[in-house]
Ligand binder design. Structure first.
Ligand code: SF4
Length: 361
């Protein structure tokens, strides 16, 4: 396969085949990949604007039956370190969020076997009653699959009840790598590839804004990364016309510190800064129907985050007032609102604060 022919297809925003994507990803010189991705970025998001936002990640509970081998955050039922966040704690965290200028909570798992759908709908209603302007970007496909099984409801049934109770958008959490071979190794108790995609298909049908993610750099092959991108692109193609679908894609590398994958199986994160830039660039090129691409500055840090903006990314995500999952596995990057804007300017772009729907705030 001639690389220049594939570049030409990418410039025209023609969907690349799996083989073409893999060929670019594994063979193209980094500077050429960045050049092509930048051109594609300009086709989707013209100009120099780079998005950022303020939100707060609160974990509803750290008790989770899934026990994924890359997760250093979850605790087993009955653990003395287990918790379920109380109303008082939410109030204190939300008051702080509002005082820092944010209005969105990223509410996430684990999958606590004692919590059913009523718990989540009561929680969302309660939070919205106390803070009517609060936005809830919450849960993810694995929780929806779990609740659907527990309550014997369809995915659409669970999602509709959550939306009625106050869910504003669904994060693409728990995608890891959309390959059942990989999932059997790193998260065997969690949603399968088909289940994850099935929930997102329903969310798109209901016009619930969603994001897509990838957590890479553990046991997957380069081909499985490309297949993940193809699956997301194919699903996005199916979304009803005019619906949100996947608004953005966010890849981040596996953080290995203290994880079972490292300690018991000796699997280290294969992350390198160069590798991340390649991943950003190939994502921008392959996902020709997802408008935004977010670099995970929280996991890769300032310099690599800045470089990502020259490889196709048009967003640096949230200043994230609180984050407990990747930080439990070694990620230590934190930026306040002023620093985030400075980083974007230093990289040669214009910061634009946005909301979860990627509209100017
Ligand atoms: S990654 Fe999520 S689903 Fe997996 S064990 Fe941790 S909290 Fe549970």
């Amino acid at each position: 396969m001639v690389l220049k022919d594939i570049y030409r297809k990418a410039f025209d925003l023609t969907p690349l085949t799996f083989d073409e994507g893999l060929s670019l990803y594994t063979r193209a010189p980094l500077e050429e990949l960045m050049f092509v991705a930048n051109r594609v970025r300009q086709a989707h998001n013209t100009g120099k604007t780079v998005g950022w936002m303020i939100d707060r990640n609160v974990n509803i509970t750290n008790i989770c039956f899934s026990q994924c081998s890359f997760c250093n955050f979850c605790r087993k039922k009955g653990s003395t370190e287990g918790y379920v966040t109380s109303t008082e704690e939410y109030k204190q965290k939300i008051d702080e969020l509002f005082s820092l200028g944010g209005d969105q909570l990223l509410l996430q798992g684990g999958m606590n076997p004692e919590l059913g759908l009523d718990f989540y709908t009561d929680l969302f209603r309660n939070l919205k009653n106390m803070y009517p302007s609060l936005k809830l970007h919450s849960l993810g496909p694995p929780e929806i699959v779990y609740l659907a099984k527990k309550e014997k409801l369809s995915y659409a049934g669970v999602l509709s009840k959550l939306v009625e109770a106050g869910l504003d958008s669904l994060p693409g959490a728990g995608a890891e790598i959309l390959s059942d071979r990989v999932r059997k190794i790193v998260s065997p108790a969690k949603a399968t590839t088909g289940e994850w995609l099935g929930v997102m298909e329903e969310a798109h049908r209901l016009n619930l804004p969603t994001s897509a993610t990838m957590m890479y750099g553990h046991v997957e092959t380069p081909g499985e990364r490309i297949e993940h991108l193809v699956l997301l692109r194919d699903l996005q193609d199916k979304k009803p016309f005019g619906h949100y679908g996947f608004i953005t894609f966010i890849p981040w590398p596996f953080q290995d510190m203290g994880t079972e994958l490292l300690l018991k199986q000796g699997i280290r994160s294969s992350y390198t800064a160069n590798g991340y830039i390649r991943m950003i660039a190939i994502s921008r090129i392959m996902l020709n129907n997802i408008q935004h691409l977010q670099a995970s500055i929280l996991t890769v840090g300032k310099e690599t985050g800045m470089l990502s903006l020259h490889a196709g990314a048009d967003d640096l995500g949230s200043v994230m007032i609180e984050e407990n999952v990747v930080s439990a596995a070694g990620s230590s990057n934190r930026f306040n609102a002023a620093e985030m804007q400075e980083i974007i300017k230093e990289a040669g772009f214009a910061p634009l604060r946005r909301d979860q729907k990627y509209e100017p705030y």
